[in-house]
Design a binder for this molecule. Structure first.
Ligand code: AMP
Ligand code: MG
Length: 491
């Protein structure tokens, strides 16, 4: 592994796109930036040793004071639909792409978020506050720990520079790491510019979806064919991502098309939430007064967003009906992944006809009893042998007992040995999730310069399935004050 960030291999493939795709510029320095936290797991992906993270030249790069050696720093342009409405040009209003690290594990773009104004900042200040930066840092690692596709976080830099939101807060920069930060909105941006749209398609397909170029009957695939296959592949990846969100009780909060990764990764952590008490129409974003991005709306919103991506591809002259046909893949891909996930969470070997009813009634039970999403699922493994933990989750014991009887009967059909079933279920139903109040505790400590909570949470969330003695409080339902926490678009 490289002992210094000076020694990583860097390329700049995004910068090789036409100049209209971005603006080259430097980040705006923070005053006396400090490295609050660095992530050796993500560093390892970059072939960077833990020792490299402690060197001053690492801080210089992740604080935006020095370019990534060999990198070309830029802010990318994109557009998007926000809350269902065309918002026109957006872009990296507070993010800088530093370049692309080429390592044995792959190619990873490094991007600073909160690193100052760009031509795409509109009215914004180009900054991110400590609160939202800690939330992004923790969430990306929590999702990775759950095995859910996500961008990653390498470093968290803080400063005392004031940032004005509802109150005065302080500035922070997160270094995000991803194979690509291209969004649905990047394609939407070029929908009436076939040349640029084609360039973007070529760029993304060559690097991330090369199979879309496979020859048809010995002849090279036409651009239209590539575009259709690409749309289908993005549709399937997005559907699988949504299945993973739903079955983890994760709400993204701002599923605008500019926050939808073209690689099907969870991208742009803002007012996200892991549900505590289950409500099918739970809305985690306090700014989302219409509930557009409620938990039960997420899959259909993703589908709607894919229609926006498909509309952008019309700009290449691809037939509308053919594009629509690719989008039909969404529902079966989603349902297959969703049922697969739930099969594992319920400890079933295969999904059978009656299981949809059993599941519907499970959701209904959780909803009517406001049962804790994570702990209810976790309690299922033991429930057939010892139902004490299970019943703790529900105040209406009769309703819970009636459902449990049916579940036990269903398990009996498979005659699976209990130890095997329990072991597998405990690897599918996490004990620890990044509940809002846990993130809040880490934020409050971090504001005092104490990273102990971040360390503890990362340790638990990297392996959220394994019980860690002494950490019972992290696996408990939230305390009463957590109900008063409000998370909004302000970040
Ligand atoms: P978001 O809702 O965070 O995904 O942001 C939507 C758009 O607003 C993106 O183009 C962001 O880059 C931009 N943006 C958000 N916050 C700021 C800020 N403080 N300064 C400049 N641009 C911002
Ligand atoms: Mg965004």
């Amino acid at each position: 592994m490289k002992e210094s960030i000076q020694n990583v291999r860097v390329e700049n493939s995004f910068a090789n796109l036409p100049p209209s795709f971005y603006t080259r510029l430097s980040p705006q320095p923070l005053t006396e930036p400090r490295l609050l936290h660095a992530n050796p797991e993500v560093a390892a992906l970059l072939d960077l040793s833990p020792a490299a993270l402690a060197k001053p030249d690492f801080l210089d790069v992740v604080a935006g004071n020095q370019p990534l050696p060999g990198g070309q720093t830029l802010a990318a342009v994109y557009s998007g639909h926000q809350f269902g409405i065309w918002a026109g040009q957006l872009g990296d209003g507070r993010a800088h792409l530093l370049g692309e690290v080429v390592s044995p594990s792959g190619r990873w773009e490094l991007q600073l978020k909160g690193s100052g104004r760009t031509p795409y900042s509109r009215m914004g200040d180009g900054r991110a506050v400590l609160r939202s930066s800690v939330r992004e840092y923790l969430a990306s690692e929590a999702m990775a720990g759950l095995g859910i596709a996500t961008t990653r976080a390498l470093a968290l830099v803080v400063s005392n520079d004031p940032v004005y939101r509802e109150t005065v807060e302080t500035a922070a920069i997160v270094t995000r790491v991803s194979p690509s930060f291209v969004r649905f909105g990047s394609f939407e941006h070029w929908s009436s510019s076939p040349e640029n749209l084609g360039a973007l398609l070529d760029y993304v397909v060559d690097r991330h979806y090369p199979e879309c170029r496979d020859a048809v009957d010995g002849a090279p695939a036409t651009q239209a064919r590539v575009a259709l296959r690409f749309l289908r592949a993005v549709t399937v990846r997005t559907a699988r991502l949504l299945a993973d969100w739903q079955t983890a009780g994760f709400c993204h909060g701002v599923m605008n098309t500019d926050n939808m990764s073209i690689l099907g990764l969870t991208l742009d952590y803002g007012p996200y939430g892991f549900m505590d008490a289950f409500q099918v129409d739970h809305v985690c974003n306090h700014s989302d007064s219409q509930g557009r991005y409620a938990w039960n709306a997420q899959p259909s919103v993703a589908n709607w967003n894919l229609y926006r991506l498909a509309s952008a591809l019309l700009g290449l002259g691809v037939e509308a009906d053919a594009l629509k046909e690719q989008l039909q893949e969404f529902e079966p891909a989603f349902l297959q992944a969703y049922r697969n996930n739930l099969c594992r969470k319920l400890g079933l070997l295969a999904w059978t006809d009656g299981d949809d009813d059993l599941l519907d009634d499970w959701w209904r039970l959780l909803h009517t009893q406001k049962a804790d999403f994570t702990l209810s699922f976790r309690s299922l493994a033991q429930a057939p042998l010892d139902s004490a933990q299970f019943f703790q989750r529900f105040h209406d014991r009769d309703a819970a007992g009636a459902w449990l009887d049916r579940y036990v009967q269903r398990l009996a059909q498979e005659q699976r040995p209990d130890p095997e079933r329990i072991e597998q279920m405990n690897r599918s139903n996490p004990l620890y999730v990044l509940r809002n109040h846990l993130a809040e505790g880490a934020i409050r400590a971090a504001a005092q310069g104490d990273v102990g909570e971040i360390d503890t949470l990362l340790k638990l969330l990297r392996d959220p399935y394994t019980e860690q003695p002494g950490h019972e409080a992290y696996a408990a339902v939230p305390p009463e004050w957590a109900g008063r926490l409000e998370v909004s678009c302000s970040s």
